[in-house]
Design a protein around this ligand. Structure first.
Ligand code: OAD
Length: 253
């Protein structure tokens, strides 16, 4: 299938859809300047050892460096702006009211773009939480970052994100599964599809008969199948083009 045929198919499926899931990963924020985890020379897991930052035991050991690393990422997430891909996803929701964004991202850029219904599978960088008492508070300012000590109980503070070996937020996978098994179209955007259990979500959709549209400049390792449409390209280019073809409106603004 040529890329033009694939775009036309994706747009027509989306136009006819009553229920849509947009499943996203780090790639959708790449054009905003947020580094991905695995896909480029400056990606996060090439810069730092994942064991020292994204596993609870490593995070505890690697203090205060790991605390500061997340504080810098939280500050960066606040500084950057949503891109054309995020805005196109908002346009999809406006045309298909029964839509849900299921994201692995922790940067809140979908919400800042205007997405109303966002299911965060891996938590967020809006708040910190205490390992011991679970108390939450907003991220302190990077310029005067205190020690990561909970004011209530003296426990170690951490970002309100899901680390490896930890459970996803209660009910999140159930809700994602319900949507994925009942949607007409699932767009899988900017994810390497490597981290379980999120990686199951496009499979639930294709097994339940939905059309799965994959948007990624690098399609290697992505699922294949008759109901799967591959669109090679950046989400900030491809998603506005799908929206334009589906509804004749400019989806990138
Ligand atoms: P990855 O870094 O694994 O994958 C990013 C994907 O985005 C790659 O497939 C890239 O080809 C693609 N990509 C890059 N630029 C893009 C663009 N402009 N438009 C569209 N796609 C683009 O990130 P995730 O799949 O999100 O988990 O990683 C999943 C999880 O692994 C993260 O949530 C995080 C990480 O470890 C935790 O921290 C628990």
């Amino acid at each position: 299938m040529s890329s033009d045929d694939a775009l036309a198919r994706a747009a027509s499926k989306l136009r006819d859809a009553g229920r849509v899931v947009v499943f996203t990963g780090a790639g959708v924020s790449a054009e905003s300047g947020v580094p991905t985890f695995r896909s480029a020379a400056n990606s996060l897991w090439r810069q730092v050892d994942v064991a020292n930052f994204a596993y609870p035991a490593g995070y505890r050991r690697n203090q205060p460096a790991a605390w500061r690393w997340y504080a810098e990422r939280a500050a960066k997430a606040r500084e950057v702006a949503p891109n054309a891909g995020h805005h196109a996803i908002v346009a999809i929701e406006e045309h298909v009211p029964a839509s849900l964004v299921v994201t692995q991202n922790i940067d809140s850029l979908h919400q800042r773009a205007g997405s109303r219904r966002v299911l965060e599978l891996h938590g967020n960088l809006r708040e910190v939480r205490c390992f011991e008492c679970g108390g939450r508070s907003p991220w302190p300012d990077l310029a005067s970052l205190p020690e990561p000590v909970c004011r209530e109980c003296g426990g170690l503070l951490r970002p309100d994100v899901v680390m490896f070996e930890e459970e996803l937020p209660a009910g999140a996978m159930d809700e994602a599964r319900e949507w994925a098994t009942s949607c007409d179209v699932l767009l899988s955007v900017g994810t390497s599809n490597e981290v379980w259990p999120a990686t199951e979500i496009p499979r639930y959709a294709s097994r339940s008969g939905a059309t799965v549209v994959i948007v990624n400049p690098d399609l290697e390792g992505q699922p294949i199948g008759r109901s799967i449409v591959h669109l090679a390209g950046k989400s900030g280019d491809v998603l506005p083009e799908i929206v334009r073809r589906a509804w004749g409106v400019d989806g990138g603004l």
